[in-house]
Design a protein around this ligand. Structure first.
Ligand code: ADP
Length: 240
């Protein structure tokens, strides 16, 4: 089975719920979320801590499964896949970027990106990926020789190098100041513009919303409201 359908794959979720059970405590992290995310869209997930954003991101990325509801990516029903098929879906289609860059300290920028390109089916050239994030001249530097923002851009290069359809970003600028954070967001916006990569981005910084097509406002395990922007602003216009 082809996981991910055609180039035009977007997400459709219906009635997604997630209940975490720890001992006698039940936490309802998601309470019946319906969503549609179009291919190539930039979506920002905003909302208080604990409102369910990471839980949703992990489910969309195939790292976790909902307790109820169903989720589709193009023609593929993700909620019906077995573990092996889910892993193939994730490998082929999803790139992850987290708050802390998770680079291997003993490997150069080139080698960190090559970890992904060595096992991908149609990867970019490592240099092309690092050029795209503006780090073509730092290709042989180790993480310790790079600033936090530069390390995060290596992480972006690593995530995009396998040409995923979707990039999932959990607080990608959470550890960065405004100037370096802007450069990271510019790298993500470029991947979206040049490769058509769908971007789904969690942030606490409401200012980042201006670069999104739509903002999903989370509250208490639900999408309480959706804001649409007819025009996206470039990251340079974000006020932090
Ligand atoms: P957000 O990303 O908006 O901060 P999360 O999705 O991380 O929210 O969490 C939603 C709720 O689910 C929170 O109450 C959180 O404590 C709970 N939660 C998240 N992951 C787990 C887990 N593995 N076990 C138990 N509870 C969890």
């Amino acid at each position: 089975m082809e996981q991910g359908g055609g180039r035009e794959s977007g997400f459709v979720g219906r009635g997604l719920s997630k209940v975490y059970i720890t001992g006698e405590t039940q936490v309802h992290a998601l309470r019946g979320v319906d969503l549609e995310i179009r291919p190539g869209e930039v979506v920002v997930l905003l909302g208080p801590s604990g409102s369910g954003k990471s839980t949703l991101l992990n489910i969309v990325g195939g790292l976790d499964r909902p307790t109820g509801g169903d989720l589709w990516f193009g023609e593929t029903e993700l909620t019906a896949l077995d573990e092996a098929a889910m892993t193939r879906f994730r490998r082929r289609n999803i790139g992850f970027i987290f708050q802390f860059y998770n680079l291997v300290p003993s490997l150069t920028a080139r080698e960190n990106v090559a970890l992904v390109t060595d096992i991908a089916s149609d990867p970019m050239d490592v240099r092309e990926a690092l050029d795209l994030v503006g780090l073509g001249d730092r290709i042989d530097h180790f993480p310790a020789q790079l600033s936090g923002g530069e390390q995060q851009r290596v992480a972006v290069a690593r995530a995009i190098a396998k040409r995923p359809r979707v990039l999932l970003c959990d607080e990608p600028t959470g550890a960065l100041d405004s100037q370096t954070g802007t450069r990271v967001l510019e790298a993500l916006a470029k991947a979206n513009a040049e490769l058509g990569t769908t971007l789904i981005l969690i942030t606490h910084n409401a200012g980042i919303s201006v670069m999104a097509d739509r903002v999903f406002n989370f509250l208490d395990g639900q999408i309480a409201s959706i804001e649409s922007h007819p025009h996206r602003a470039p990251p340079s216009e974000i006020s932090w």
